[in-house]
Design a protein around this ligand. Sequence first.
Ligand code: OAD
Length: 242
Amino acid sequence: MRPDPGLITALRDARHVCALTGAGISAESGVPTFRDAQQGLWARYDPHELATPEAFERNPELIWEWYRWRRDLVASAEPNPGHYALARLAQIVPRFTLITQNVDGLHQRAGSTGVIEFHGNLFEDRCHAEGCVVEHEQTATVPVCPDCGASLRPGVVWFGEAIPETALDTSFAAAADCDVFLSIGTSSLVYPAAGLADVAREHDAVTAEINPNPTAQAAGFDFAIASKAGAALPELVELSAV
Ligand code: OAD
């Protein structure tokens, strides 16, 4: 589906473009989403057993087993044309802010810089007691903090936890400042990330959703592109460049 000329014009004229990505942009790299039926991680696993601080405290071995499986899966995945198109968009527009809910690092591997990791990073290890990021070479089932001896945990944001303050503040400031806001590959169900589009809209940005399965919020966007990110984004970005 050819992108709407109105969206292309908005991108060509934009001073600041802001994009929020979700699991859908990595789906074409073979990384499972969370809420898609059958293949989605939360269709197969219970988030309360795997993605809360309480679950970690109950059974850290299980949590580490699951996150090591996810690390291996992502490590063997490659960025796809959707990731590369956003790295290219940053070179075309005067200012670009990329906010991702993904913890997979695929945007960075595609060449994007300054990515705001709203939900943390799968490959970081954090002290569960103090929150600091720890470099370690341990092979223990549950690694421990070399400074305080507390358990280390994956550096992702779990249900019931706060978004890192800098990521939160920078993201909401970017949404309020941008002229075009793109919501890509996200179900727009998880807040506060899902509220960024509202902020952009309140500040008169042109908004667009890119999702092969238009979300319940799609009607609230100025444009809804019902295509896969890996197909829609390269075309949109190239048309915006000329
Ligand atoms: P979801 O799994 O909720 O939604 C993924 C969206 O991607 C769905 O709306 C799909 O239709 C869409 N999609 C699938 N394939 C696509 C493709 N090729 N191109 C574009 N879109 C595609 O994932 P998120 O919205 O990212 O949080 O989920 C938000 C948060 O919920 C995650 O960051 C995670 C999860 O619990 C934490 O872990 C804290």
